[in-house]
Design a protein around this ligand. Structure first.
Ligand SMILES: Nc1ncnc2c1ncn2[C@@H]1O[C@H](COP(=O)(O)OP(=O)(O)O)[C@@H](O)[C@H]1O
Ligand SMILES: [Mg+2]
Length: 251
């Protein structure tokens, strides 16, 4: 690990149960491959945290571990959301407790309209935002609510994937590369929506290859380097620190 002198790692709180969200010493594997290597960090309620790092650094694996996706396999470590032990949960339980992962491929359900995709999200667990509020955030989804979800543009599918998370009782939104393949103008629409989501008090972890865009949106940043935390601090510090960006983000 190329730790520059100015690289800092914000100390984690002594009691992860007292944090809004905390992960401690996460170690996750794909078979024998040790991928998420002793990752710890805290997030305050309503914060946006940018989880960054080069390709293959372990960002997707960390999000999947938090969402209890099954693979990678969490072998040790703890995940706490508002004092609830997420590390002891299966993926459906983590979802019922308010953790919603929006994966890179968005997983819009084929053969269903926009509104039916939302209906399906509301089948189990407590409800979140009503459709009126969701459509006020994403007017394009309202216009297309009777259209099959998979026929939407990439940006609209990303909006629908976020909308599905909002339709449930959402406490922690996990976004994996939400801007991938999107034109800047569409990205700006999604950025505006994510700011409104934060203003509503929802906490977000955003993984993005477009690190500058993610850092401008985020309050905090955690940088992973080969599965380990290499930096934990403010997003602004990463924007200001050329060495940090060069060493870990290649930007
Ligand atoms: N299903 C898998 N099986 C085995 N190894 C995997 C699997 N998915 C990812 N990896 C490996 O885990 C590491 C981290 O991958 P990933 O979390 O996808 O990184 P990132 O999202 O930061 O690009 C990489 O070395 C990748 O090759
Ligand atoms: Mg990834």
């Amino acid at each position: 690990m190329t730790t520059g002198a100015e690289t800092t790692i914000r100390p984690t709180a002594a009691d992860p149960k007292s944090q809004y969200f905390a992960v401690r010493n996460l170690r996750a594997y794909y078979g024998d491959s040790y991928i998420v290597q002793n990752v710890s960090f805290d997030i305050n309620e309503g914060e946006i945290l940018a989880l960054l790092g080069r390709n293959g650094a372990g960002k997707t694996s960390t999000l999947r571990t938090i969402a209890r996706a099954g693979s990678p396999d969490l072998r040790s470590g703890e995940i706490w959301l508002k004092g609830e032990p997420v590390h002891q949960m299966q993926s459906f339980q983590a979802a019922l407790h308010g953790i919603q992962l929006v994966p890179e491929d968005r997983r819009i359900i084929p053969g269903m309209t926009v509104e039916e995709n939302l209906d399906l999200a509301c089948i189990s667990g407590e409800l979140g935002w009503d459709y009126e509020r969701i459509y006020a955030l994403f007017p394009r989804l309202k216009e297309r609510r009777k259209q099959e979800g998979t026929t939407l543009s990439g940006g609209e599918q990303q909006m629908l994937a976020i909308a599905r998370a909002l339709a449930r009782d959402l406490k922690l939104l996990l976004l994996d590369e939400p801007y991938e393949g999107l034109a800047p103008v569409v990205r700006h629409d999604i950025e505006k929506a994510l700011i409104e989501v934060r203003n509503a008090g929802i906490t977000t972890i955003i993984v993005e290859q477009n690190a500058v865009a993610a850092l401008k949106l985020a309050d905090r940043a955690v940088i992973l380097d080969t599965g380990e935390v290499a930096y934990d601090g403010t997003a602004q510090e990463v924007l200001d620190n050329e060495k940090l960006r060069h060493d870990y983000l290649a930007i």
